[in-house]
Design a protein around this ligand. Structure first.
Ligand SMILES: Nc1ncnc2c1ncn2[C@@H]1O[C@H](COP(=O)(O)OP(=O)(O)OP(=O)(O)O)[C@@H](O)[C@H]1O
Ligand SMILES: [Mg+2]
Length: 368
């Protein structure tokens, strides 16, 4: 514990909730409560709204009940103790929590899929990847999984020699040095693994090879953004089931609503509690008079969009023609704000930390 900073506050779960609403979450939160039953669960629910998803929580409670223990662990708590807890016991729990965390510390995988062709999922994937790199100053790898019609490299004006198909062809040889050869650098933060430029590659991606590749790139970058094709192959649903985040990009009309419902019914319910599936509206305003609303989606699939990206053909068209991201064409636009918002949401990092980092940087750079 020599490198740990420990701070103690009073007030139980609600005290922690109030405190953490205005303060960044520590890596480990140990909360003691005298509440039980529904009252305790309601308090934990409130707490989960302010705790960073990356931090670990140990609960010291009253009830000694294995069913309750299981339920709490399922909710995402790291451990639960009752009665008199000795220092040794607590230290043992902390040690094992962080041993696991170190072993699995790897990039967050965010998959973007459109409900219908052309909904804009590739545009969202690329701009989201760019925003993640800019806001968090981290390495981001964008992988174009649209083997036949991928556009990621073209949209960023990157000259490619090799593609994802080449990388997947030799899974046993893949390591970080070889992987670098398949990655195209866009800027200091963003790299792209491009799809093949010609037709003929196998669209049916081998899951075992892809898993090897994914595990590798997750060690190389803090965020891995997957641009999913508009296909419903077995590998597509498998990748969606296992990604840390899924962003379903849709246009608010009837056909998209039907397909969004299918995707949420098939995928979202099978993903774990800590693995969100988000809805993103795109091209909103394209056909104002006939568009459905967020309410229509909410009432049909129980999901509202976390972002609403306006229809802006000039901005998107200019970006494509320049081989740039929209933030480079018009930094102040609503579209860019929405991409930044989405990046914050899927990052699972506290915006407090990002904002603080930004303002410190601005001191050094003399910019905002
Ligand atoms: N909000 C928007 N406003 C205007 N044009 C947009 C918007 N979003 C995307 N586009 C444009 O729509 C076209 C299709 O976008 P994109 O390729 O991202 O869709 P997709 O869902 O990935 O399509 P596919 O089904 O082929 O994979 C592109 O020309 C893109 O520039
Ligand atoms: Mg696409």
């Amino acid at each position: 514990m020599a490198r740990s900073n420990v701070s103690v506050q009073s007030g139980g779960i609600d005290g922690a909730t109030t405190y953490l609403a205005d303060n960044p979450t520590p890596n480990l939160l140990i909360v003691q409560t005298t509440e039980t039953g529904d009252g305790m669960f309601a308090a934990l629910e409130r707490l989960s709204g302010v705790v960073d998803p990356d931090s670990r929580v140990i609960l010291l409670g009253q009830e000694n009940d294995i069913g309750l223990y299981r339920k709490l662990i399922e909710m995402g708590l790291s451990d639960y103790f009752t009665g008199q807890v000795g220092a040794e016991q607590l230290l043992g729990a902390i040690e094992s929590i962080f041993a696991q965390a170190d072993a699995t510390e790897s990039g967050r995988v965010i998959a973007c899929i459109g409900t219908r062709g052309g909904a804009g999922s590739s545009s969202v994937a690329a701009n989201l990847a760019h925003s993640l790199g800019q806001q968090f100053e981290e390495q981001v790898i964008l992988i174009d999984l649209d083997m036949s019609f991928g556009t990621a490299a073209m949209a960023l004006n990157l000259q490619q020699r090799q593609s994802l198909a080449d990388a997947l062809a030799q899974p046993s040889r893949l390591d970080d040095v070889l992987m670098e050869r398949f990655m195209l650098k866009y800027d200091d933060h963003l790299s792209v693994v491009a799809a093949p430029v010609t037709l003929g590659a196998n669209e049916d991606i081998n899951l075992e090879s892809f898993e090897i590749l994914l595990n590798l790139v997750r060690q190389m970058a803090a965020f891995v953004v997957l641009d999913m094709p508009h296909l419903w192959h077995n590998w597509v649903s498998e990748v969606l089931l296992h990604a840390d985040e899924v962003v379903v990009v849709t246009y608010p009309d009837l056909a998209n609503l039907r397909d969004a419902k299918n995707i949420f019914d098939t995928v979202a319910s099978k993903r774990g509690v800590g693995a969100p599936t988000r809805l993103a509206f795109n091209r909103v305003g394209n056909s104002r008079k006939t568009e459905l609303t967020a309410k229509d989606f909410e009432s049909t699939i129980g999901e509202s969009p976390v972002v609403t990206i306006p229809f802006d053909p000039v901005l998107f068209g200019t970006a494509i023609n320049n081989g740039e991201m929209v933030a480079q064409v018009n930094k102040g636009s609503k579209t860019v704000q929405e991409f930044d918002k989405l990046a914050n949401i899927v990052s699972a990092r506290s915006p407090v930390a990002a904002a603080a980092k930004k303002s410190m940087l601005s001191l050094f750079k003399g910019t905002n």
